[in-house]
Design a protein around this ligand. Structure first.
Ligand SMILES: Nc1nc2c(ncn2[C@@H]2O[C@H](COP(=O)(O)OP(=O)(O)OP(=O)(O)O)[C@@H](O)[C@H]2O)c(=O)[nH]1
Ligand SMILES: *[C@@H]1O[C@H](CO)[C@@H](O)[C@H](O)[C@H]1NC(C)=O
Length: 287
């Protein structure tokens, strides 16, 4: 069993030198070095957008994001688009969008190899400048304006480590979820059962792609994060529980967006494997 755990445990992520640099409207040809999560914050908010093959969905999502951010001019914000080794030119496309919107602070980081959503989010968080850090999916499934709900919830948690996460649990009985395929819903209930066993049963929706971290919380969680795949949220929430970081769930709007790249069968198997890897490594004290 021990050998199996070692075998299935992913190695720590390798960061290529090129991935420590970003491009932007100012740096289209060359690149500039990225800061570290260990540094002091220099702006109010970082929005991390993991993007894999997102040329179709990114521009609409970015549009609403920028519209909302410009409605709050006092809050200095940056957008970090992390191209997760896409093969459809997402990085170049993101850079084109950044050039079109020069006034916005958009940075594009291109990962050499595909890591998975967890790896892409982690990478963005490790190189963010914000006092608060938001992760949000590139598909625009969440309503970006709901950032304000997370923001207020975090204000109540104080200045230390804190997490405010979007929750879709209140939508379970509504069309948004009922209209999903039966298989997807069955898997959702299966996942809930396993999550209770893993130790994050107190969180009603672990998988929502809309989560806000205070910089102290991000500085504790992301350097330690090991899972690069879909289930990395669970690892973060479990680590938060162990570190006594307060987590508040906030109800947000959500609508299914066509074009999901989640492969229901294969990715469920992978999630199950990674949950076991996570729990086993924790029980053994390796993580
Ligand atoms: N599929 C996939 N998405 C990735 C990867 N790396 C980063 N992402 C990003 O992760 C986010 C979520 O991916 P989606 O394919 O939209 O997932 P989804 O099934 O729509 O998830 P829900 O919106 O929660 O239903 C998107 O912003 C992707 O671009 C990867 O390796 N594979
Ligand atoms: C990403 O795009 C490339 C090129 O279009 C394609 O070969 C690959 O299968 C895509 N990956 C996913 C998961 O859709």
């Amino acid at each position: 069993a021990y050998a199996a755990i070692i075998f299935f445990t992913p190695p720590p992520p390798i960061e290529f030198t090129s991935e420590r640099r970003y491009r932007s409207a100012r740096y289209t040809k060359d690149t500039a070095p990225l800061p570290s999560i260990k540094d002091e914050p220099s702006i109010d908010l970082t929005v991390v957008i993991p993007a894999y093959n997102e040329t179709a969905r990114l521009s609409g999502m970015l549009e609403t994001t920028l519209a909302h951010l410009s409605a709050h001019p006092k809050r200095k914000a940056e957008i970090l688009i992390v191209d997760d080794g896409s093969r459809d030119g997402t990085g170049e496309f993101a850079l084109k969008l950044a050039r079109e919107r020069k006034s916005a602070d958009i940075r594009v980081i291109i990962l050499e190899r595909n890591r998975g959503k967890g790896g892409a989010v982690r990478h963005g968080m490790m190189h963010a400048r914000g006092r608060r850090l938001l992760m949000v999916d590139a598909d625009g499934a969440s309503r970006f304006e709901d950032l304000e709900l997370l923001w207020e919830a975090m204000d109540k948690l104080g200045d230390g480590p804190a997490i405010a996460i979007g929750s879709r649990a209140h939508l379970v009985k509504t069309d948004a979820v009922v209209k999903r395929s039966l298989l997807r819903n069955l898997l959702m209930y299966g996942l809930h059962t396993i999550l209770r066993i893993v130790g994050v049963g107190h969180i009603r929706d672990t998988q929502c792609g809309f989560k806000l971290f205070s910089r102290p919380a991000a500085g504790i969680l992301f350097p330690a994060q090991r899972l690069q795949t879909w289930i990395f949220d669970v690892e973060l929430l479990l680590r938060a529980k162990q570190a006594n970081i307060p987590v508040v769930e906030v109800q947000i709007e959500w609508h299914e967006v066509p074009g999901s790249k989640l492969n229901v069968f294969m990715d469920s198997l992978q999630m199950l494997r990674d949950l076991l890897v996570l729990r086993a490594n924790q029980l053994l004290g390796r993580w």
